[in-house]
Design a protein around this ligand. Sequence first.
Ligand code: SF4
Length: 715
Amino acid sequence: VSNTITSEKICHTTCPYCGVGCGVEVTVNETTDGKKALSKLEGNRQHPANFGQLCVKGSNLLETNDLSNRLLHPSIDGKRASWPDAYQHIADKLSTIIKEHGPDAVAFYVSGQLLTEDYYVVNKLAKGYLGTANVDTNSRLCMSSAVSAYKRAFGEDIVPCDYQDLENTDLLVLIGSNAAWTHPILFQRMEKAKKLNPSMKIVHVDPRANATTSLADLHLAIKPGSDAYLFNGLLAYIADNNALDNSFIETHTDGFNDALACATLSVEEVAQLCDVPIDNIRTFYSLFVSSPRAISFYSMGINQSNSGVDKANSIINCHLASGKIGKEGSGPFSITGQPNAMGGREVGGLANMLAAHMDIENPKHREKVKNYWQSPTIATNGGLKAVDLFDAIENGKVKAVWIMATNPLVSMPNRNKIERALAKAELVVVSDVVEKNDTLAFADVKLPATAWSEKDGTVTNSERRVSRQQGLLIPPGEAKHDWQIISEFAQTMGFNEGFNFSHPSEVYAEHAGLSGHDNHDERYFNISAHQHISKHQYNTLRPFRWPLTGDDTKDNARVFSDGKFYTDNGRAKFMPILPRLPEQATSDAFPFVLNTGRLRDQWHTMTRTGKAGKLTQHIAESCLYINANDADALGVIEGEAVYLSSQVSEAPQICLPVKIDNKLREKTCFAPIHWNQTFASSASIARLFTDARDPLSGQPELKHAAIQITKVPAL
Ligand code: SF4
């Protein structure tokens, strides 16, 4: 019998959805005809991120793993092509463009869905071989403000906390995060910790009460965008109430007086600016100063802002001032949205970074990377960040773009511009798992990539924990791994030496060799103990946190416990923060503030979760959540449709049914990010947002658009 099961193997891998990075245990069956299938999936009890728990998305991974809508063969201009022909076609086009217009006329736009090895290879090709730093990522939309804030304060992109800190703290401040839906396993850990330790306090700072608020002792429903006022006020309160850690400030920091000089708000002023009852502000401030340990857990509500970096630094300032950092249960803790946003940061997968936490603007770092890669060139300046990158495509400066594992038509703000840009580009290459999505409609060359259950490599979660993602199934059709596609393409371009990888362990080992300390350059990112890792060691690698000090079985990676930071003088930097309001401000023409976010059971642009019937049962269609008073004023009732328009285009861009949510502040509304034209034939909500972005991080302001809502007239 051809399909008798001959073996059953339990394999450990990692969930591909969010930055929690849960360990997954999968049963892989092999049949006599050599085929493999997945039959059972559960949480990995040994994985320190989730200890066997999975949320509904992770539990339903097998439901989303079929071959429907899979891209299986390369194509050029809609016609099936061989891999060598596709590579040659791209190589010819890129070579001509580079020859005529220079390396910065080409760009890569990649994804936090890529594995670290994929990210490493594409970054190496662009920065070290083509000579352009135009490699940006959809992680720009997710956590780049947090990265910039860490670099300003600590000199390096270091997240100082771990998941156990969430359980061993006295005060948990959740800011701009609906963790109950976006990072459910972390939320479950918080719930459990609170049950075990009822004296632990939780404060939720969010304009909108949501599922996460249910766990909070105190909810601060601040005016959208006013976060930096709240934390500047906290800094002043810490100083005024004898809660400064003067010894830590004097010994380990610089810039305190300048930061304090900007933080002059009284509690009354904060209450007014944030539009929150004064007693609630007092309660929060008093909890922060009286709690020996405090974690500030923040996510997109802070990052996706035109002042996201300043907001994050206003939080970090409070931890530095009170010495609540570098200790168990204390510190600022940004959480990534994507499964491998952190891995991308490690290999320099952002346009303004170099590999292994080195700086593209630093000549010594550039020299070190160039020598290590033995590369013919090295990009000398930071490249274009996402919004600027698509601007440059639209205005013709960038002529070719290679998009990997992401769907910018849906996720980027100002979709009309992205459409114009991709229509204008001389060459659009898309490597992806899916055959159809909104972006693939613009691709000249389509390249089939491997999906979650086939991909083989590593990812790093929000607590700096590296885990293996194992290739469980044989790639279907002609799909290849992303690191393999880029390596083979690089060889077609004539770059043989630097890209002759035959297994992801070789890529990982090379990446590890760039990390670590040398010549008094004591970066915290250190996995150099793995630079000679064997294939077997790699395949059996257990989850570990960096910095790796040699023994990867121990979680000994507490950073800053000695008060040492990776700045020029080893001292952390306070940042003087002058709060700024959102750029997309409301007006008579656009009187509503639109906030966006994820739903509990959907993921990004629904290319995977949209396949699972179970995952659409929770919320089956997109809608606009508004307060009942606003609905009354608009003359609509629940279920009736409204048009949404914004500064991007006064013509209605989106039509959505209304859902009443009285937990929203008046004149604010909320819509999920997931729906798009390919799935459910609905316009993506991000199209309503302008190009407003943080001037330092380039992260778009995707939490605050000014919109007009009008009732759809009855027929
Ligand atoms: Fe996957 Fe995130 Fe859910 Fe964990 S919490 S199972 S990583 S989606």
